[in-house]
Design a protein around this ligand. Structure first.
Ligand code: CP
Ligand code: NVA
Length: 309
């Protein structure tokens, strides 16, 4: 079995294998309805247990459909209905029970340590469905979307991120090392990626450009990514932070600095960081991006269950 916690821990060739499998599976089921199972039913009879300690729409639905389409099923737990935490049951005991009843565990949490603790005690794969430091299933799926739309390897494209230095950006940085693509980051000076992240970039001999000017970051971009300025459970002065990002809003004027066929991606949900005109324009591929999570997560599940061919 394999875990899927952070992109930096997964070999580049495995990440590529996941994307190749997702493309094949997506193509093969073009004529199937949402709940129809892939012909080979590779995860027939398997149960994925999901738990969300923070809100989720896309991750919840896409994992539900992913395991269903592979022949298995899912059960979603509400953290406030377990004994873990308030009822005093230990994480170790909880993990042992999850491993006895289920075949895999997907967790969205506010604690990176909790994922590591579950990893230690589970005997089934654990998948990070978003943590404070990363959102690996989102970003791997986004690489898939970029290559699907651009019809070329992401290593041949200029990727730009304009926004907060958050979990999604951390995973995008890790992906830029694994998939070897150029990454420009545009953010206010005091919102640059953490030193530890920048050190790991340098260690990997990677050149990532950080601009404190949105236009400079967007120049010649093939893809512009953004995300909410205020992340889930972000404990900051919301009003102040949003105003500090004013000059980093994705506007039509900003997009005009990118390449003519530049696309806009956003993991959603969105906030005021993107103007409606851009969000609903034909540059914006956010709906395709959201749906692709089903396809890529199916192949992530197969990777975790060591069933990726
Ligand atoms: N993009 C994403 O993870 O969406 P949810 O928070 O709705 O799952
Ligand atoms: N950075 C955002 C992503 C939401 C899917 C957050 O953590 O809230």
């Amino acid at each position: 079995m394999k875990n899927f916690i952070n992109l930096e821990d997964i070999p580049a060739k495995d990440l590529r294998k996941i994307l190749i499998d997702a493309k094949k599976r997506k193509n093969r089921r073009r004529k199937l309805n949402t709940l129809q199972v892939d012909k080979d039913q590779p995860l027939k009879g398997k149960l994925l247990i999901q738990m969300f300690e923070k809100s989720s729409l896309r991750t919840r639905l896409s994992f539900y459909l992913a395991i269903k389409q592979l022949g298995g099923g899912t059960l979603t737990l509400r953290p406030n209905e377990l004994h873990l935490g308030v009822g005093g049951e230990t994480l170790e005991d909880t993990a042992k029970i999850l491993s006895t009843y289920g075949d895999g565990f997907m967790l969205r949490t506010d604690s990176d340590k909790k994922i590591q603790d579950f990893k230690e005690y589970l005997s089934v794969p654990v998948i990070n469905g978003l943590s404070p430091s990363s959102h690996p299933t989102q970003v791997l799926s986004d690489i898939f979307t970029v290559e699907e739309i651009k019809k070329k390897p992401i290593s041949k494209l200029n990727i730009t991120w304009i926004g907060d230095s958050n979990n999604v950006l951390n995973s995008l940085i890790a992906a830029s090392v694994k998939f070897n693509f150029r990454l420009n980051i545009g953010c206010p000076k005091n919102y640059s990626p953490k030193k530890s992240i920048l050190n790991s970039i340098m260690k990997n001999n990677k050149k990532i450009n950080i601009f404190n000017n949105a236009k400079a970051a967007a120049t010649r971009a093939d893809v512009i990514f953004s995300d909410k300025v205020i992340s889930l459970n972000d404990k900051v002065n919301t009003h102040k932070k949003i105003s500090q990002f004013k000059k980093f809003k994705i506007t039509q004027n900003l997009i005009d600095h990118a390449k003519k066929d530049c696309i806009f991606l956003h993991c959603l949900p969105r906030g005021p960081e993107v103007e409606e005109k851009v969000f609903f324009s034909n540059r914006s591929k956010v709906w395709q991006q959201a749906l692709n999570r089903v396809h890529v997560q199916k192949s992530i599940l197969l990777y975790c269950f060591e069933q990726l061919r």
